[in-house]
Design a protein around this ligand. Structure first.
Ligand code: KMH
Ligand code: ZN
Length: 308
């Protein structure tokens, strides 16, 4: 089996500060988390920003500038800027920072969907910030909008005009067909790096059968023109990505996707999850790719071609 890419998604826009004291929030915290994750073996860092005063997900370029230049200086990791931002943001807001930074890589969500986070309210907690509880409650009426027009805009502005390549976030079978549609329109070129996303309420559940079926359909639609990676939310993170690694896929960890390192135990850092999956995949006989190996595999433009 070939080399394996470990992506680490450092903070995301799903978890809120009250859920873990280890969730990186400020620019220096996110920068430190990224350096540690890269040192542990992550070759791609998937990046969202937060408002350092409130911990709220942010798409502001100023907030990205609180850690992106540090990560560009202190790591050789591929910096992958989210275009998903948070499902509550407009596409204009979500695109401001990636358009300015012109990264090597960006995420691209392949369909509109429900994005229901309110089950996380189940636990009693002391909320650190006023915004957190309503933010989660209101996801019972939230559509994460990623229409074909939105997708085409991201592909054109970031891909065609700025040379970024994509982590195609596919939460459901339908998203694979949408990806094929854009391949047929000539707006993307292989190899397609497909991130199968499991466990978001609104997308597919974390059942192993879903992974085998996604692969069956991806094989049909893309033949040898794709690579797959897996992320899974919460406690399904390690089991599902281990399955992906055993099947020849790539893996994503990070506190964006899961706050724990084992059932009921908070991860103390992003790097702790990288170390854990690294050990698992190496025991499976996989070799972790360096950032430059990941660049070559994914056909990226290079870290010297970005605006960070
Ligand atoms: N938060 C994950 C479920 C994005 O940033 O564009 C998917 C994600 C989306 O990472
Ligand atoms: Zn993300």
């Amino acid at each position: 089996m070939s080399g394996i890419i470990i992506t680490c998604a450092l903070t995301g826009s799903i978890h809120t500060p009250s859920m873990s004291p280890h969730l990186p929030i400020s620019g220096p915290e996110i920068a430190r988390a990224g350096v540690e994750a890269a040192q542990a073996g992550a070759s791609i860092l998937h990046l969202h920003a937060r408002d350092p005063d409130t911990g709220r997900p942010s798409a502001a370029l100023d907030h990205f500038n609180g850690f992106v230049p540090d990560l560009a200086r202190d790591t050789d990791a591929v910096l992958n800027i989210s275009t998903g931002g948070s499902a509550v943001m407009t596409l204009d807001d979500r695109l401001a920072a990636p358009l300015a930074l012109a990264p090597e890589m960006a995420s691209l969500n392949m369909g509109s969907m429900n994005f229901a986070l309110y089950p996380m309210l189940g636990k009693d907690r002391d909320w650190l910030h006023d915004w957190e509880k309503p933010f989660l409650e209101n996801t019972d009426d939230l559509v994460f909008k990623n229409t074909p027009r939105d997708i085409a805009r991201i592909l054109t502005r970031l891909g065609t005009e700025r040379g970024a390549r994509f982590e195609f976030e596919c939460y459901d079978l339908s998203h694979l067909y949408m990806l094929r549609h854009f391949a047929d329109r000539g707006l993307i070129r292989p190899p397609y790096f497909i991130q199968f996303v499991f466990g978001v309420l609104g997308g597919m559940g974390p059942d192993p059968e879903n992974l085998t079926h996604m692969l069956r359909i991806a094989d049909k639609l893309f033949g040898g023109d794709y690579l797959f990676s897996v992320l899974a939310a919460g406690r399904f993170q390690m089991p599902l990505i281990t399955m992906a690694a055993a099947m020849g896929g790539h893996v994503r960890v990070g506190l964006e996707d899961s706050l724990t390192i084992a059932r009921g135990t908070l991860a103390r850092s992003n790097a702790e999850q990288v170390v854990k999956i690294r050990e698992i995949v190496e025991r499976l006989g996989r070799v972790v790719m360096t950032p430059d190996e990941a660049r070559a595999t994914l056909g990226l433009k290079g870290a010297d071609q970005v605006n960070a």
